[in-house]
Design a protein around this ligand. Structure first.
Ligand SMILES: [Zn+2]
Ligand SMILES: [Zn+2]
Length: 339
């Protein structure tokens, strides 16, 4: 079978390898669709802090069950599925306390373990998630990034009836905004410096989209939400500048959720967090229930994923896909690989 490997930064190789067999408790998956995400792009340029080459990428994907390892009874051959790509130890403090998504020994498929950029992949049955018929292969590959948004929203002390500001209208910002709205926020404002991304956010039903290069974001917030400003801010970019913006825009005593992945160490004025009694909360990936919620949001059409799909490439065109993203940074949201 064909396997695509990121051998070194910016160097993708296609190689012929033996098709894996599922071990006990594993399911062999025939990969259908793979999404390329921001963290893949960081890794492609050798700039992801926690992903090293060589690596077979692909952590957001849909697939079909091809073979069952000994002891697997929950799945049937041919069933359509996606995967929650977290390989956890089951032993550490976090795993023992239900927080396996921040397992001390966490390995993410496609990041620190072999990913889906190949025709077949064997994974433990516990992380395989069935897809309903109403969710096609494209959307099935987007359950993962939507679950990131669902989890991020769940990190708030309270969502219902609140006014939410999202900084960054890339795929994660967009999906966090949509998750916030779908799960009960009163109003969601999204800010970015790209009109293209803001237009996509509008298409997806986000209430207010602000270009913070062209408009005064602080004023927009005040106009819409009054002196209460936003009740919570999500940082979905992963840059020091955006964290600084979040801190400066935040109402005293409010919450900032950090969702973005940082290429570089951000410089942050921690004194303001103390002085304004801000609550800064991290958000990493998701848990099983976030996948369930993401799937039900897609099924019930409470979120719109199609506007995020920028282009499709074949498995052999992985390198072209990255070139395309490089040349179309601003207008690219989600590039999908058809396997
Ligand atoms: Zn991702
Ligand atoms: Zn663990």
């Amino acid at each position: 079978m064909i396997q695509v490997i990121l051998a070194q930064p910016e160097k993708i190789e296609i190689r012929e390898v033996r098709q894996p067999r599922p071990a006990a408790g594993e399911v062999l998956l025939k990969i259908k669709r793979i999404g390329i995400c921001g963290s893949d792009i960081h890794a492609y340029y050798g700039k992801h802090p926690y992903i090293k080459c060589p690596i077979v990428q692909g952590h957001e994907f849909s697939a079909e069950v091809a073979e069952l390892g000994p002891g697997v009874s929950k799945f049937k051959i041919g069933e359509r599925v996606t995967v929650r790509p977290q390989l956890t130890c089951g032993q550490c403090y976090q795993c023992r306390h239900g927080n396996y998504h921040i397992c001390e020994n966490l390995k993410v498929i496609g990041c620190q373990a072999e990913g889906a950029a190949q025709e077949f992949l064997a994974v433990p049955q516990e992380i395989v998630v069935k897809l309903p018929d109403s969710i096609n292969d494209d959307l099935g590959a987007m359950v993962e990034p939507l679950a990131v948004g669902v989890h991020a929203v769940g990190r708030l002390s309270e969502l219902k009836g609140r006014n939410i500001l999202i900084l960054g209208a890339g795929p994660i910002g967009n999906l966090t905004a949509q998750a916030a709205k779908a799960l009960g926020a009163s109003s969601v404002m999204i800010a970015d410096i790209s009109d293209i991304r803001l237009e996509i956010a509008r298409k997806c039903g986000v209430d207010i989209a602000v270009n913070n290069l062209k408009q005064d974001l602080a004023k927009e917030i005040k106009d819409r939400y009054g002196e209460a400003k936003a009740d919570a801010i999500f940082e979905c970019v992963g840059s020091g500048k955006t964290v600084e913006l979040a801190i400066n825009l935040a109402r005293k005593g409010s919450e900032i959720i950090v969702v973005g992945v940082f290429e570089e160490k951000p410089v942050v004025d921690f004194g303001l967090i103390q002085d304004r009694e801000l609550r800064v909360i991290g958000s990493l990936m998701y848990k099983e229930e976030d996948y369930d919620t993401a799937i039900s949001l897609i099924e019930s059409k409470k979120v719109q994923l199609e506007p995020l799909i920028s282009r499709h490439f074949s498995l052999r065109q992985y390198a072209e896909a990255y070139k395309y993203i490089e040349n179309n940074r601003e207008k690219t949201m989600k590039v999908l690989i058809d396997v």
